[in-house]
Write a protein that binds this ligand. Structure first.
Ligand code: GDG
Length: 486
């Protein structure tokens, strides 16, 4: 684990756990799964730092936070309530800020789908207000933590909080607090031609430039951001060294691709019970039900495979886990309907009395079960139309302990497609190519599968989530004994 001795304050839209009420009305704490929580929560615990975030709709402000989680083996188990600063957001504010500006505006726009984006002054107003609230709560976390010789690090996460750094820097300056500010964007940063569609783009760019370091998954996203600063704000930029000059400060922009808790997934895969019988060949998909993930395209490619290659009938199954997501937003409700229809049509068209081609789970499975699916699938089929990174591709590789291993297919429009070089790439917009790539994966010789998977495993093991966390701290000059090159 990363040993980090400086004061650390993490700010994200949600706390690393959700506060809920159980059947008896007791307030309980349930940890949120995900790489960020797994990597960062233990460091906040060790460091006795703080995590600022929204606790979920069930939390009544004023009542004490539970001291422990329902599952006390989770990475958040050691977080005490003194490590947590819950941010109160009224339901109507949360609706316009989160469902509205974050998910109906920034999510599609940053995934290069501007036609789906809603541009609303009311949403924007709510976004500004919510970011202010996060900033004010972060200042609470900074009280008594600001040693001028050893300033704390405030690490802000993701597109929900692109303005927070600006407000935090102003509040801190008024109080003469010295701080370091870092930001990490988990989704793509698109080209200037898309960003300029957003009427308040300048404010977004300025908000992010209030940081000392802005990290993104890929070099391409960093280049887009730097170009936007130059064209949108007219700032001086050094595109070679990835530095933007803003307000008399130098802001470093750095590609820092996220990794996964590799050892944790591998251990799970070693101990997980079989969920796919040995004689079954399964093509696996695991995604939040989101229009960026290319789910209908994936099903259609599978349908085409069955139509063109009847040898797969009764021999192959597609298992798709679709985790319900943003169910209040219409685009997501429409996608659910489209998926239900597609699954029904394909199963109706090809099923036999003893076999159905698609097993579709609209829900979640435990991480243990997920690891077993990853381990025993013949192919993991990752076909996003656009995706910041995609952790599923990496988790699949970590769980591939069978000999011979399976095959990973990734879209080049996911961050993972740019650095998992030994995976098979396919363009999900082109149905025939996607189908042919799936056929190639299913018929790939064992030695080629082994060779490709060995390289993939090695990279993911060495560039895991702890490596990512250390790289971020190093880049901002906050890893013990090291200073940033800027
Ligand atoms: C955003 C960016 C970027 C899924 N189903 C189940 C389950 N999962 C877990 C997976 C994985 C996570 O959800 C999904 O992560 P992704 O990276 O694929 O996608 P986003 O949620 O869109 O994440 C993305 C990421 O941030 C990190 O920076 O890679 O590009 O969009 O960890 O394991 N977990 C369990 N049951 C399920 O059924 N337990």
């Amino acid at each position: 684990m990363t040993v980090y001795k400086k004061k650390l304050i993490v700010v994200s839209n949600r706390l690393p756990f959700v506060i809920q009420k159980d059947d008896l009305g007791n307030v309980i704490r349930k940890h949120s799964a995900g790489g960020l929580v797994t990597a960062v929560a233990p460091v906040v615990v060790e460091n006795d730092g703080k995590w600022v975030g929204w606790p979920g709709p069930d939390y009544d402000f004023g009542e004490p936070l539970p001291e422990s989680s329902v599952d006390d083996t989770s990475p958040t188990a050691g977080l005490k309530s003194s490590n947590v600063i819950p941010v109160a957001l009224e339901p109507h504010l949360y609706q316009s800020y989160y469902n509205g500006c974050c998910n109906e505006t920034f999510w599609p726009l940053f995934h290069s789908m501007p036609d789906k984006a809603v541009f609303s002054a009311d949403y924007w107003k709510a976004y500004v207000e919510a970011n202010e609230l996060f900033a004010r709560n972060t200042i609470k976390a900074l009280e008594n933590a600001c040693d001028p010789d050893d300033p704390p690090l405030v690490w802000i996460h993701d597109y929900h909080l692109m303005l927070a750094a600006h407000a935090i820097r102003q509040y801190a300056a008024n109080r003469q607090y010295k701080i370091k500010l870092g930001f990490f964007l988990h989704i793509p940063f698109p080209a200037w031609d898309l960003i300029r569609l957003f009427p308040w783009a300048d404010e977004i760019l300025q908000g992010m430039l209030a940081c000392d370091l802005v990290g993104m998954h890929l070099q391409d996203y960093c280049i887009n951001f730097i170009d936007c600063c130059s064209r949108g704000l007219g700032t001086r930029v050094d595109a070679k060294d990835m530095i933007v000059e803003h307000g008399g400060r130098y802001v470093r922009i750095a590609p820092l691709p996220i990794g996964i808790p590799y050892d944790r997934f591998r251990t799970l895969a070693v101990s997980a019970k079989r969920t796919i019988p040995e004689e079954k060949k399964v093509v696996l998909g695991v995604d939040r039900l989101d229009y960026t993930k290319g789910l209908p395209q994936r099903l259609k490619a599978f349908e085409l495979l069955l139509a063109k290659h009847p040898e797969y009938i009764e021999k192959l199954e597609m298992l798709q886990i679709a985790v319900p997501s943003r169910t209040d937003v219409k685009e997501y409700q429409d996608l659910k309907e489209q998926m239900d229809q597609l699954v029904g049509c394909i199963n109706g068209r090809f099923s036999t009395p003893t076999w159905s081609p698609i097993r579709y789970i609209y829900g979640t499975v435990s991480q243990q079960e997920l690891a077993a699916f990853y381990r025993d699938a013949a192919v993991c089929f990752v076909t996003p139309l656009r995706d910041g990174m995609n952790l599923v591709a990496k988790e699949f590789v970590a769980c591939q302990i069978n000999d011979p291993p399976g095959v990973l297919i990734v879209s080049p429009f996911a961050g993972a497609g740019q650095n998992m070089l030994e995976a098979l790439l396919c363009n999900p917009y082109e149905l025939n190519e996607t189908m042919e790539t799936l056929h190639r994966a299913l018929t790939m010789p064992e030695d080629e599968r082994t060779l490709r998977m060995n390289y993939l495993r090695k990279r993911e093991q060495s560039q895991d989530v702890d490596f990512w966390m250390k790289s971020f701290l190093r880049a901002i000059g906050r890893l013990d004994g090291e200073e940033a090159p800027v």
